[in-house]
Design a protein around this ligand. Structure first.
Ligand SMILES: O=C(O)C(=O)C[C@]1(C(=O)O)C=C[C@@H](O)C=C1
Length: 111
């Protein structure tokens, strides 16, 4: 993979000292993004197993009570972590929608 961690639209128009400070912060952002990708991949590995289990036992793809509990917990965690709870909820719902799409696809694969 060729990744240019110094790529920026600001090069040439911004004080090099400021750019250097920006690049240092971006290096941490890159590490966090990589972690997020690996964490999400692990989560999807788990939900694929859930999807198979649900398809095998003819269980519905979504579990609204579970989602309610997850969102409530995420709200509390977000407040603790100083993260916008509305954003955390949107993010979880975004992921869960994708998981449900996968669950439906798995159950259609095995009629
Ligand atoms: O725990 C489940 O039953 C799942 O299918 C996983 C999951 C999730 O991604 O956390 C996804 C859909 C459900 O509505 C609830 C939770």
């Amino acid at each position: 993979m060729t990744y240019d961690s110094t790529a920026s639209s600001l090069t040439g128009t911004t004080d090099p000292a400021i750019l250097e400070e920006l690049l240092a912060i971006r290096s941490s952002i890159d590490n966090i993004d990589a972690t997020l990708v690996y964490l999400l991949a692990e989560r999807f590995k788990c939900t694929q197993k859930v999807g198979k289990l649900k398809a095998e036992h003819d269980l519905p793809p979504s579990d609204p009570e579970r989602e309610k509990a997850q969102i409530k917990r995420l709200h509390a965690l977000s407040q603790d972590a100083d993260l916008d709870p509305a954003f955390a909820e949107k993010f979880l719902n975004f992921i869960i929608d994708e998981v449900i799409r996968h669950h439906k696809a798995i159950s259609q694969e095995r009629p």
